[in-house]
Design a protein around this ligand. Structure first.
Ligand code: MN
Length: 329
């Protein structure tokens, strides 16, 4: 049975309008889009007098902490019998981590997502990869709900938009993305403050780790592939944590001629997390899928139960193969 994946946001708005006890689920290892969209929606639901919480299982990254104004909880008993469970920015059930069972307990479950590799897992699914961010879908949802157009709601949505488009650099950026962003500025959003919170509040350890890791980058496939590893020992050397590798694969992709960049993270001795980025014609969702992962055409990821060295060889071979099949303009 193939599930309907293109339910309308209008339909979701009417379901949310009917419910009073709502759990929101961003994906594990939340990013700016998952948490920003969730925070905006949570705020709107509460403004209507509903009980809404963002149920999480891992920590809120430092650069996003400003978004959590008592929205996030680890306590799944806060709402005993949720009428609605809504997943945001989750391409499949695995992205809910250990919360899958709680999600399924919702009398109505909803999923809003913009990943190209979506697999329906809720009662009501709305997946549309023409949106650059889930935040833009939630923006449209909030309009359908006649939610308050305030600076506070705009903050979460704008965070989702800028982080998922690389500040409007990525090819997923559309005219509609810019129109929505523009509308959010009209809502009174403090753009400068947001940029400082998200991008200009790094720990010095993080900047050091970036430099340490990038120093050992390797180019392959005649300079079209670039790969870098972050090992546990680099963390010890610099005092940074693994979450502070965000942005390293983008930095690699900035190199002239590089089409595909890879960041390998030594999560455990036999567990390597991989971030993949493509620049123009490459499709990293395709590569990630071959290793059981997924994501977007130009930004994807996967996890290998292998050492960082073994993972590196496997990824390099797969990317080399992929690059050979590409036609560059
Ligand atoms: Mn997203």
């Amino acid at each position: 049975l193939k599930m309907e994946t293109k339910n309308s946001l209008k339909k979701i708005a009417s379901i949310l309008n009917e419910g009073d006890n709502i759990f929101i689920f961003p994906h594990i290892m939340m990013d700016g889009d998952a948490l920003g969209s969730s925070a905006a929606l949570c705020r709107v639901l509460r403004s209507f007098g509903k009980r809404a919480w963002i149920l999480i299982e891992d920590s809120v990254p430092d650069y996003l902490k400003f978004l959590d104004e008592d929205f996030c909880t680890y306590d799944d008993t806060l709402i005993r019998d949720p009428e609605i469970c809504i997943a945001i920015d989750c391409s499949d059930l695995e992205r809910l981590g250990k919360r899958g069972g709680i999600f399924a307990n919702g009398r109505t479950s909803i999923s809003i997502d913009h990943h190209a590799t979506f697999e329906a897992f809720a009662h009501v699914n709305c997946n549309d990869s023409s949106f650059a961010s889930s935040a833009e879908m939630v923006y449209e949802l909030i309009l359908e709900m006649n939610g308050p157009a305030t600076a506070e709601v705009a903050e979460g949505l704008y965070t989702g938009i800028i982080t998922d488009t690389g500040n409007f650099q990525y090819s997923n950026t559309t005219a509609m993305t810019l129109r929505r962003a523009s509308a959010l500025l009209d809502w009174g959003l403090d753009h400068q403050r947001l940029i400082v919170e998200i991008y200009q509040s790094m720990r010095p350890e993080r900047v050091k780790l970036n430099g340490r890791a990038l120093w050992e980058m390797e180019l392959f496939s005649e300079g079209k592939g670039a790969i870098v590893s972050v090992t546990r020992s680099m963390l010890a050397e610099t005092g940074a944590v693994m979450e502070e590798t965000e942005g390293i694969s983008e930095a690699l992709r900035n190199i002239k001629g590089v089409e595909i960049s890879v960041l390998l993270k030594e999560w455990e001795p036999k567990l390597t997390r991989v971030s993949l980025r493509a620049k123009t014609v490459g499709n990293v969702a395709h590569i990630a899928r071959a290793f059981g992962g997924g994501g977007h055409v130009k930004a994807a990821g996967c996890t290998l139960e292998k050492s960082i060295e073994e993972s590196k060889e496997l990824l390099k071979a797969a990317i080399e193969e992929h690059i050979k099949g590409l036609t560059f303009q």
